[in-house]
Ligand binder design. Structure first.
Ligand SMILES: [Zn+2]
Length: 101
């Protein structure tokens, strides 16, 4: 497993993992509930992280990340009416509960 991305927000990590999986790269989110312990441990340990399974996917994963960063320049977030989680503005569905945003 290779750590490919450290997110500031949970939905950020989910966005990255989702895009990677769509690109055929098996990715997982870790630490998604750990932000409450920031302050007790170094931030790069406590923040949500995206890991990929295979070393051979690393280069493609970097390309996907680059695309997301470029697209992310024009995003904000919006709050789900159903579960109150925030999702990136470019999401059509809530990442958490699947409700239309
Ligand atoms: Zn929701």
């Amino acid at each position: 497993m290779i750590r490919i991305y450290i997110a500031h927000q949970r939905y950020d990590a989910w966005l990255v993992a989702d895009r990677l999986n769509q690109a055929g790269i098996r990715a997982h989110v870790f630490n998604q509930y750990a932000s409450s312990i920031v302050g007790d441990v170094p931030p790069d340990v406590a923040q949500p992280q995206v890991w990929i399974e295979r070393e051979c996917d690393r280069e493609r994963a970097q390309v996907v990340l680059k695309d997301i960063e470029t697209a992310g320049a024009r995003t904000g977030s919006r709050r789900c009416q159903s579960c109150d989680e925030e999702s990136p503005a470019n999401f059509d569905l809530c990442w958490n509960c699947g409700e239309t945003l």
